[in-house]
Design a protein around this ligand. Structure first.
Ligand code: MRU
Length: 350
């Protein structure tokens, strides 16, 4: 069984975005219609849509929604374009770490750059929709290629993954999770461990849900079990996705990824990153320059809405961390495998 598309465009240029509301999973499969930019931004910030490629796709379609807002407000010429550009900037900065979001918004905007100043909003929308659809379609193909390249280098034995990098997080079958599902679909059999991924439980709620939908056995572990699991010898590889990869290969991903990479090195377990080229930011050299999103303390003190820390306790809630390139055995992209991970191999690959 497959997993439904996490983001889709419904209708023509005056249509809307339909998202799977990932905050309702695994209990309920609910869809959310986004007909205005505020709803798209709220969905991105609340993680109703999440995962670097998926928020990029939502951002691309979000700019189409901005053009439709301009049309509905009867804005013309420069006023229509100014509305689109202002809303595009709000979309691009809705979350700071995953570079795919700004990348997709800026790519969509390039489609209207050369259109005359007095272009009507509906015509701007047509050009933006064509580009947003292209971003979405390409991502579907990139995922398939990442799955193939990754399955070819994934060693035999158990695999541990972190956060959610599957169909929910992308326009196709995923990045790191596509490597796992591609290997499985090729007939290989191995244990799959999903870190629950505190505090928002993307691993337990979403990765486990996707694997169950696909009929692939999955074992959820608390994040703190990773060291014990690796020591037991049941993990032959760790594979994760990425939100931004710098020119030297330093990689931002869900909080806890860096710790996993340190543990993998300590236990001699290869640590893989899988990501499309839209996740690379060669304008940034070192990981310390990647902006790290900090989220509300309440996500830590009240997991799933249940009070877990006393009133008055503070919480530090970085959503991402950075794994240095030296801890990464290889980065798998749609173009192939970067190994070893160095400034020369990363920039040469792009
Ligand atoms: O905060 P999230 O759930 O959007 O974080 C997502 C991740 O960290 C993923 O690992 C990453 O975006 C890669 S998704 C293919």
């Amino acid at each position: 069984m497959s997993v439904p598309a996490s983001v889709q465009w419904v209708g023509g240029v005056d249509g809307h975005i339909e998202l799977i509301d990932q905050t309702a999973l695994p209990g309920r499969l609910e869809r959310l219609a986004c007909r205005d930019v505020e709803t798209v931004i709220e969905a991105i910030q609340s993680l109703r849509v999440r995962g670097a490629p998926a928020i990029g796709i939502a951002g691309g379609y979000g700019v189409v929604v901005a053009a439709d807002e301009a049309r509905r407000q009867h804005l013309t010429g420069e006023a229509a374009r100014a509305h689109v550009l202002a809303r595009a900037e709000s979309l691009a900065s809705a979350r700071p770490t995953a570079v795919n979001l700004r990348w997709a918004v800026e790519r969509a905007l390039r489609a209207i750059e050369t259109l005359p100043e007095d272009t009507p909003a509906a015509v701007l929308g047509e050009a933006l929709l064509t580009e947003a659809r292209a971003i979405h379609d390409e991502d579907r193909q990139l995922c398939a290629a990442i799955g193939r390249h990754g399955a070819a280098v994934l060693p035999a034995g158990g695999v541990l993954t972190h956060c959610n990098t599957g169909a929910l997080a992308t326009g196709g079958d995923g990045t790191a999770l596509a490597v796992i599902t591609t290997a499985w679909d090729q007939g290989r059999r191995f244990e799959v461990f999903a870190d629950e991924t505190r505090p928002l439980l993307q691993g337990a709620r979403l990765t486990a849900w996707e694997l169950v939908q696909r009929g692939i056995p999955v074992t959820v572990v608390v994040d703190a079990a990773a060291a014990h699991l690796m020591k037991s010898g049941r993990v032959a590889a760790v594979i994760v996705g990425a939100d931004r990869i710098t020119a030297c290969g330093d990689t931002a991903n869900k909080i806890g990824t860096y710790g996993l990479a340190v543990l993998a090195a300590a236990h001699g377990v290869p640590f893989f990153v899988a990501a499309p080229s839209s996740t690379f930011d060669l304008a940034i050299d070192l990981g310390e320059d990647i902006p790290i999103e900090e989220r509300a303390a309440r996500e830590v003190t009240h997991p799933l809405g249940v009070q877990a820390a006393p009133e008055g306790a503070a919480a530090f809630n970085p959503a991402f961390d950075v794994t240095p390139a030296r801890l990464i055995k290889a980065i798998i992209t749609e173009r192939g495998v970067i190994e070893p991970v160095t400034r020369a191999t990363v920039t040469g690959h792009m």
